[in-house]
Design a binder for this molecule. Structure first.
Ligand SMILES: Nc1ncnc2c1ncn2[C@@H]1O[C@H](COP(=O)(O)OP(=O)(O)OP(=O)(O)O)[C@@H](O)[C@H]1O
Length: 244
């Protein structure tokens, strides 16, 4: 999100009134790989959802590649791929193959080309032979890999991934993490922003933001930020009133 400068983020909680979730936050993030870590409920998903207009700030602006995410939402979404933690939120077609083909519509105009590209992508993501399988009959990990493949098939400039490996086994976790981290270097997207509770994964990011209570509590290269976060959690656990 080169040139972005999010202001205070806030969102309403429907009939329970207004809930302040984020802010004030003032950030410009240009590094190719950016991790976002922090406790449950600290605001990580909300922060990254600002990047494609899924959440709009109640004050301030979020700029992605020079575009206002709240004003030019469709242009921002055309450039920003978003991988949700729960793949069923984003898989929209009945079968694995059809979902990929939908994502390939812009780059592959001919139906036959789309089908062949979808089959190749399924193979690449360890889903070979599953083109006709209902998305509901895939395992959780298979769905998560399909969701990532479908988003990558849209050729996003910015890829935002919200806990992209939570459902994966160890081998696929390592493979998907390696793939994601390699994307900016291989030109498959310009920037990767991801949230994670996997601190080894976070430590590999060029920049890592530690979110606490809706604010950026620490901002440093991956390894330093992860060290800071571990020490912060440890110090609060050994503090007064906390049982060992
Ligand atoms: N639409 C909403 N209305 C009210 N509260 C919300 C809304 N969305 C999020 N919140 C609250 O904002 C806080 C931050 O949520 P968020 O999903 O960003 O946390 P997170 O850091 O991603 O957590 P986790 O690690 O558990 O996924 C939580 O307390 C959540 O309950």
């Amino acid at each position: 999100m080169p040139g972005s400068a999010p202001g205070p983020g806030q969102q309403t909680g429907g009939d329970v009134g207004t809930v302040r979730v984020l802010g004030p936050i003032d950030l410009v993030v240009t590094e190719p790989t950016v991790a976002v870590i922090g406790a449950n409920g600290s605001g990580k998903s909300t922060l990254v959802r600002l990047l494609n207009g899924l959440v709009t700030p109640s004050a301030g602006t979020v700029t992605v590649h020079g575009l206002d995410a709240a004003e030019d939402t469709s242009a921002v979404r055309a450039r920003t791929g978003f991988v949700f933690t729960d793949p069923l939120v984003q898989l929209v077609m009945p079968t694995a193959g059809e979902d990929l083909e939908l994502s390939l519509r812009r780059t592959h105009r001919r139906r036959g080309d789309r089908r062949a590209a979808a089959v190749a992508l399924l193979e690449e993501h360890g889903l070979g032979g599953l083109a006709h399988r209902s998305i509901y009959d895939l395992s959780g990990g298979q769905r998560q890999r399909l969701a990532l493949a479908s988003v990558l098939a849209t050729d996003p400039v910015l890829l935002v991934a919200d806990e992209p490996t939570t459902l994966l086994d160890l081998e696929w976790t390592l493979q998907v993490q390696e793939l994601l981290l390699s994307l900016p270097g291989t030109g498959r997207c310009a920037q990767l922003v991801y949230t994670t509770h996997d601190l080894d994964f976070a430590a590999q990011a060029e920049r890592c933001l530690v979110v606490a209570g809706g604010r950026i509590a620490h901002d440093a290269p991956g390894p330093a930020a992860v060290d800071w976060y571990r020490r912060d959690v440890q110090s609060r656990r050994s503090g007064p009133g906390v049982r060992p």
